[in-house]
Design a protein around this ligand. Sequence first.
Ligand code: AOF
Ligand code: ZN
Length: 369
Amino acid sequence: MFRKAMSLALSEAEKGLGKVSPNPMVGAVLIKNRKIIGKAFHKRFGGLHAEAELIKSLPDKIIKNATLVVNLEPCSHYGKTPPCSLLIADKGIKKVVVSTKDPNPLVSGRGIRCLENRGIRVVKGICREEAIEVNRGFFFAQMEGRPFITIKYAQTIDGRIAFPGKKRYRISNFSSLIYTHTLRKYHDAILVGIETVLTDDPLLNVRHVDGVSPLKVVLDSGLRIPPESRLVRNEEKGKVIIFTSKRTGKRKIEELIKLNIRVEQVDEQNGKLNLLQTVNKLKESGITSILVEGGARIITSFIEDDLYDDLEVCISPKILGEGIRATADHFKVPIRYENQMRLLKIKNISNDVWLHYRKIKTINIMEKI
Ligand code: AOF
Ligand code: ZN
């Protein structure tokens, strides 16, 4: 019964996708006499928490003595809203079922303790793995202080992600493109390098599936982005950030700012933008997860700097014989056990094979929740 109700709470939670970050997606379900009598979710950042939404939707006498099922520990802090744990206790709920603790240091077990101190029974760990997966960006960013980073690329059987030079060529098939757009909507930001913008002139939005488009991020040390590129001309103003070097001239930056583009400057190191500073700045802007979409230089740099958690690799049944590889030839990372990856999923998408890997180190961090 609890697992079924928690699955429902998780699907409620996901209705907040793209609207609540950097808060977690939270859903809540109320059970009485073994029947589900209500459900609700956290609708937007700064809005009522899922538990408060649910309680608001039902009369007090129905809520009394019911069981609340929620995919995150109810909060215990006065934030934008008062603590959910106190509200739950005040309404006479007698049992609370949660998936996991809230890693937010303001909560971190205090919500559960607050409920237990008021005589409410708390059942923990129901659908724990699914609940962590749904909010992996939130959990990871709270625990590690940086966003969760997924690197995604499509390659041929012979390991090429593109032709040499500026020629545009689609490696994966259309069904894979749809899957890519699904991946996009599950991240707060999409990140590419300037070479990708110059070669592909991408839109970097979610358009082949329903969903909110993430923030678009371009790493462009020399600020070469053309004002006429589709990203700059894009209608979704305020959704593009360009990271450039601290040496970039003011005039170029001001030109872009006039076009509504946010420009951030970070240090350079070995001729590349400092990636740790970049992702930290994104975290400060409320980004909890990033999808790195290439190209080769960017992918190589994120792996070399150990700034990645998941890999989503698509292998398409083509042989190019020439072309660029995902990681440059000079590529060197220390071979350590924790850098190794575990295969989480294999998908066959109309003859393209998608491999989803997660770094062992990241798996270990997530297990601490
Ligand atoms: C809950 N239920 O639905 C959510 C929770 O700024 P505030 O007041 O909205 O608080 C945000 C924090 O509250 C967030 O970082 C997380 O720890 C928790 N989110 N808690 O009980 C909810 N969204
Ligand atoms: Zn709350």
